[in-house]
Write a protein that binds this ligand. Structure first.
Ligand SMILES: C[S@@+](CC[C@H](N)C(=O)[O-])C[C@H]1O[C@@H](n2cnc3c(N)ncnc32)[C@H](O)[C@@H]1O
Length: 257
């Protein structure tokens, strides 16, 4: 396997996995942790992720994901734990790039800094097809909060300050409830040097890894749900050209029903 085709996903728990990684070995942490958001009531938070994030038309297509039931204080404490460990694993000057939504934005940026990262900015991800709500502002954006492990060298090209992209749709081969657009990740991973190592402790269906393979970055991820781990491995294999595309493998489709 050539250097730019190196991509692995560990099946297990993220904090335990991070603790096994070498100090200062990664160039960037590019990740999408469970938001523990959605809903106004405790019962909303403690429900399944399918109940929170899918509608009746798509619910049966998806498998729940883990880690989305923490209350606000619990989420903040947990974020600081893994963000601290991710800092240790990242080279000085390396970067953290982390998705969050509007509800969790204050805690996400606070905990990034409690974890020792220098907070450097926000990159809005605008979803043009967000559902309008009568008498309300439409909630079109999620956010990419980013920071660095101390001072950053000035190198590489300029990257965008916002993204305009639809979220992957159920009828377009989406395999994870909160799957992110590959094109957005292909741009984000360019914050890491070509051939550099990107890690994603919350790999889900593997979008960060797919982007790394397309963009010539090495990738190591972790996912705790076996179904999503298998999805990520499959998508990485497709991205390497070693497997048939998503949706064309009967056994895989059956597993999702
Ligand atoms: C928001 S999703 C990531 C989706 C991903 N960006 C994609 O495009 O498919 C977060 C993922 O982290 C996983 N997860 C949650 N807590 C975890 C933990 N402690 N260790 C490892 N994985 C975890 C969930 O099962 C879920 O698949």
């Amino acid at each position: 396997m050539s250097n730019d085709q190196q991509a692995t996903v560990h099946l297990g728990e993220a904090l335990a996995w991070l603790r096994t990684l070498e100090t200062a070995s990664a160039d960037a942490v590019i990740t999408d942790p469970p938001y523990s958001s959605g809903g106004m009531l405790r019962s909303d938070r403690t429900g399944t992720t399918k109940a929170k994030y899918t509608d009746s038309a798509t619910k049966s297509q998806y498998v729940d994901f883990s880690g989305d039931n923490r209350d606000q204080r619990g989420w903040g404490y947990w974020m600081t734990l893994w963000l601290s460990e991710a800092l240790r694993v990242t080279k000085p000057g390396g970067v953290l790039v982390m998705f969050c939504d509007w509800r969790q934005l204050p805690t996400a940026t606070d905990t990034m800094q409690s974890g020792g990262w220098v907070w450097r900015g926000l990159v809005p991800w605008i979803k043009p097809d967000a559902r309008p709500q009568l008498g309300r502002f439409t909630q079109n954006a999620e956010f990419v909060a980013w920071g660095s492990n101390g001072p950053m060298p000035v190198e590489g090209g300029a990257l965008p300050g916002y993204y305009l992209a639809r979220a992957p749709r159920a009828n377009e081969g989406r395999q994870h409830i909160t799957q992110k657009p590959v094109d957005v990740l292909r741009s984000l991973v360019q914050i890491a040097p070509r051939g550099g190592l990107v890690i994603d402790p919350f790999t889900g269906s593997g979008t960060t890894g797919v982007a790394c393979l397309h963009e010539g970055r090495r990738f190591a991820g972790c996912e705790s749900v076996p179904h999503h781990h298998a999805t990520a491995l499959h998508r990485l294999a497709v991205a390497r050209g070693a497997a048939v595309p998503d949706g064309m493998q009967g056994a895989f489709d059956l597993e999702m029903s």
